[in-house]
Design a protein around this ligand. Structure first.
Ligand code: AMP
Length: 210
């Protein structure tokens, strides 16, 4: 199954995409994680994307992200499907994706802004495992990843100013994307304000009934 996860930053999209991709044994393609990893490896594209765009809460240009996703989903591991987390983020990206491949289901994980801001204040990430910790999922040892025991970090773009910008961009772009997928009859909504396990069950239920 080829699935897209949509939702505002901080709605638990990444956590759900990771967990469901492990259950279904299909790759979880997070464009945000790809950019962070490229920057960590000192890759010139990764550094440019960080310094010019994501470090400031801005979107990386459509053509760069689309080329990256196009190449990634051609990998043999995507043959039986994939989850796209963080792509598309603009209508232009959604239209390009539609030309590249046929998406089966779009899961829109919804949360109110107040809840998003509350969650962000406590959000830390493991850059090694890409696991996100916070109010709903606290690490067993404070400040360290449960899996690899490395130190957790605050994302560069998780500060209040950048978050405001990221939310603004999200709300500016989301309606035409939702409409695009609604018209195709493949969009379903999930309440992202429930406990992590409940959100997961709801997503899996919607995927099974597809
Ligand atoms: P995320 O981890 O999904 O919140 O993404 C982190 C940052 O990477 C975003 O704020 C953007 O700057 C950039 N990014 C990730 N995916 C996309 C995309 N589909 N289009 C443009 N920029 C993106």
């Amino acid at each position: 199954m080829k699935v897209v996860f949509l939702g505002p930053p901080g709605t638990g999209k990444g956590t759900q995409a990771k967990s469901i991709s492990e259950i279904l044994n299909i790759p979880n393609i997070s464009t945000g994680n790809i950019f962070r990893q490229l920057a960590e490896e000192n890759n010139p594209l990764g550094i440019e994307a960080r310094d010019k765009y994501w470090g400031k809460g801005c979107l990386v240009p459509d053509n760069i992200v689309t080329d990256l996703v196009k190449e990634r989903i051609q990998n043999p591991d995507c043959k039986s499907g994939f989850i796209l987390d963080g792509f598309p983020r603009t209508l232009a990206q959604a239209k390009s994706l539609d030309k590249i491949t046929k998406i089966d289901l779009v899961i829109f994980i919804c949360s109110y802004e107040k809840e998003i801001i509350r969650r962000f204040e406590n959000r830390l990430q493991c850059n090694n495992c890409n696991i996100v910790y916070g109010l709903e999922k606290e690490p067993r040892k404070s400040g360290y990843c449960d899996e690899c025991h490395k130190k957790l970090v605050k994302r560069q773009d998780d500060n209040p100013e950048v978050l405001k910008q990221r939310l603004k961009i999200f709300y500016k772009n989301i309606n035409p994307i939702v409409k695009f997928y609604e018209e195709k009859g493949i969009l379903v909504e999930v309440n992202g304000e429930q406990e992590i396990e409940k959100v997961k069950e709801e997503i899996l239920g919607k995927m099974q009934s597809k």
